[in-house]
Design a binder for this molecule. Sequence first.
Ligand SMILES: [Zn+2]
Length: 317
Amino acid sequence: MKEAFVKTDLRVPEQETCGVRAAQAEEQKEFSENGRPVLSVLVTQAHQLEPVLACTAVSEVMLEADAVSPEQWESTASRIHAAGKTAVLGLPRMFRENEKGYGEAHRAFLSASCFDAFLARDPEGLFALREAQPEAEIIADASLYAWNSGAAAFWRRYADRLTLPHENDARSHAEAGLYGCDLVVYGRTPLMVSAGCLKKTLGKCNHKTEWLTMKDRKGYRMPVLTFCTFCYNVVYNAVPTSLFTETARVRSLRPAAVRLQFSDENVQAVSQVLAAAEDFLADLAPHAGGEDAETRTPGAKLPQGQYTRGRFVQGVE
Ligand SMILES: [Zn+2]
């Protein structure tokens, strides 16, 4: 784990576009006040794309780094566009542009031109992309920790949209004035991003992106994804988060986008989550109602199993 703390050569670009981004953030807030949020979906594995493209409620598709190879970016973006959706490229969660062996793979992200926007995961990736593509639309992920208004103002200098951090509850987001941001409402929360590769530690890395499982002290199975184009690992929470029962609290934050983050789900599970998300969106509408509203149970269409609300409701009476 020591490698994760290796000092990196962080370049912070000039901030001349600050005013423009602030205006865009204001527009984003306006949008979310006038209607319900857009539904955004992060796809981590290629097989998850098909049901997501078929779902008309989805407006934006985010492709996780390594979900498809760079050679397939253009055709995949075209498929997303043909389905009438916006295409976003997710940057690696650990951006090591200057590190031997990974530089070329990372630079491919910086020059990608067939996507409408990028999802930045760490400061290195955010700053490098802002410098390489000054006009690109960049969404800062939850890992770029916008935990108060000062931190949010800092990230807004470089990013067009912010994602609310997983570590804070709804009340803290409201107190910090973090309205009109993106909010992850479904998915396994990444608990740890490690610069060390489990497969390398266990013997030999085959440089394939694969799922492994770790058990925690209580015997919960935590999925681990080895992103081995870049040889970093992501440990996901054993229990997926669902905020589908938290309609009022989510609505009060007026998110511009609500996001589903798929990780190890199969096609059937993806479809079930999408169906639950459609109910959730209907409930979020400013004047929710309609024929089914009375009989609808939030989250009922999710795959059977245990879910957590994470820290979203912590400290709220
Ligand atoms: Zn590896």
